[in-house]
Design a protein around this ligand. Structure first.
Ligand SMILES: *Cc1c(COP(=O)(O)O)cnc(C)c1O
Length: 271
């Protein structure tokens, strides 16, 4: 997306310049990776803003970013509210330079009791990995549909929540594993998402295993995605690739990259 030729002066500070340079470098890496494997479509960039303030999200919107990712509900819900307030203030000051709110992607492990809170701001949940969570999401989606019908503010959030099934790509999965379904559980979870009102089956998500090379792991993810699409052709999203392995993810067909550090810099120490 192109920048406006005129831009609000308060969004043009040193931090914005730093983010612009980092974002340009990441976009150039993505372009090179796409060209290298001769892909026709460029994957979408989700900028992971965890640990960084709402002001940085506003700078990113100003720089043309449309999608942001967060991995903890407490932080994300406060930040989504803060971004809404910053956008409203910005719009009041610059009615000619509108900023659209981002799509918020929830990408972290999710406790069932946080499902309702997450659906207040998130347009997609990348970390659906068990049926108990799915049940909570389904209940929360049904609840928010009712309150929208009753006239409660929907704040422009999508009514149907995109759900991605997170897959554990390790070759040896311990029995007490968390943070990813086993490949053999995908089909059943996918059917349940499909059947749930208010939820839309969007695809698969994975994080490369720590102690295995990312390439073969992402190749397995691509196979699992192809298998899923034989039954659910609409489930085309493949969310894979972070700062360290985006090239491998692009090579293996990722449609959505989740990049934090290389756009925002090293994460600040927890406050
Ligand atoms: C933090 C995070 C990312 C981004 O990782 P970087 O190394 O900062 O690019 C991507 N996916 C998930 C699930 C994350 O938690």
């Amino acid at each position: 997306m192109e920048l406006h030729s005129t831009s609000s002066p308060e969004l043009e500070d040193d931090r914005t310049e730093e983010l612009r340079e980092r974002l340009d470098a990441v976009r150039a890496r993505i372009d090179r990776a796409v060209a290298l494997v001769g892909r026709r479509e460029r994957p979408e960039l989700i900028v992971v803003t965890k640990f960084f303030p709402a002001e940085d999200v506003l700078r990113l919107l100003h720089l043309g970013v449309t999608d942001v990712g967060e991995n903890r509900d407490q932080e994300a819900s406060a930040k989504a509210d803060a971004v809404d307030r910053l956008i409203a203030a910005h719009t009041a000051a610059h009615p000619d330079l509108p900023l659209a709110p981002p799509r918020w992607h929830f990408i972290g492990q999710l406790q069932s009791n946080k499902a309702r809170s997450v659906l207040r701001y998130a347009s997609s949940v990348h970390s659906v990995d068990r049926s108990s969570l799915l049940k909570a999401l389904r209940r929360a989606a049904a609840g928010s549909a009712e309150s929208q019908e009753a006239g409660a503010p929907a704040a422009g959030r999508a009514r149907e929540v995109d759900c991605l099934i997170q897959v554990d790509l390790r070759t040896e999965i311990p029995s007490d594993a968390r943070g990813g379904a086993r490949p053999e559980q995908i089909a059943q979870l996918a059917d349940s998402v499909q059947a749930a009102e208010g939820l839309r089956l969007a695809g698969l998500m994975a994080v490369a295993p720590l102690d295995e090379p990312p390439g073969p792991a992402f190749a397995r993810l691509a196979e699992l995605s192809a298998e899923l699409r034989t039954v659910h052709p609409e489930a085309v999203m493949v969310s894979a690739g972070m700062s360290n392995d985006l090239e491998e993810a692009v090579a293996h067909g990722a449609t959505h990259l989740r990049i934090g550090r290389d756009v925002l810099g090293n994460r600040p120490a927890p406050r």
